[in-house]
Design a protein around this ligand. Structure first.
Ligand SMILES: CC(C)(COP(=O)(O)OP(=O)(O)OC[C@H]1O[C@@H](n2cnc3c(N)ncnc32)[C@H](O)[C@@H]1OP(=O)(O)O)[C@@H](O)C(=O)NCCC(=O)NCCS
Length: 140
């Protein structure tokens, strides 16, 4: 949650920070990245009817661009391949909703080999505005 707080409100809104993430983190599995004994990044995942997806992922802003996200994702991919899963999904803000911070997030997932599978329009649980959410998929 210390990492989440550093990503609020730019990437994680009030509802995600106060409600969605704290509950999901108690239930979902995950990995953390450490620097000098302190957690600087995390990735959680879950599965529904045999389909694995990243639920939450974040790296403290001052550590962005230093391969922490890549390491977290590689750890997850290794585990999923061992289980025998062939695909990994993640939902993120679509390019149809213009918001600069998530351009970087999309570039990250693109570099990691994810492709857009579908896009849906949703109502934000935070402020109620309409957003486009993309489901990205990567073959493992
Ligand atoms: C997305 C996030 C987890 C990536 O973690 P990271 O440790 O910064 O990523 P990495 O350093 O491993 O980057 C890997 C590649 O992604 C791309 N990338 C990452 N950040 C980028 C940026 N700001 N601009 C352009 N490309 C970027 C690059 O291609 C990079 O490879 P390179 O360094 O060889 O060029 C991190 O930026 C983050 O916490 N963002 C805010 C929260 C968020 O968006 N979470 C996901 C919600 S779905």
């Amino acid at each position: 949650m210390a990492v989440v707080k550093k990503l609020h409100p730019k990437w994680f809104d009030n509802f995600a920070t106060s409600t969605s993430i704290p509950f999901d983190l108690k239930i979902h599995s995950g990995f953390v990245a450490e620097d000098k004994g302190k957690i600087i990044g995390f990735l959680t995942f879950t599965s529904d009817e045999g389909k694995a997806r990243i639920s939450w992922m974040g790296v403290k802003p001052k550590f962005h661009g230093k391969s922490t996200g890549t390491s977290l994702l590689k750890a997850l991919e290794k585990e999923l391949k061992n289980i025998g899963l062939k695909e990994l999904r993640v939902e993120t803000l679509s390019e149809l909703t213009e918001y600069e911070p998530y351009e970087k997030t999309r570039l990250f997932y693109k570099k990691m080999g994810f492709k857009v599978e579908s896009t849906k329009k949703i109502k934000s649980k935070d402020k109620g505005e309409m957003l486009y959410l993309a489901t990205l998929v990567k073959n493992l």
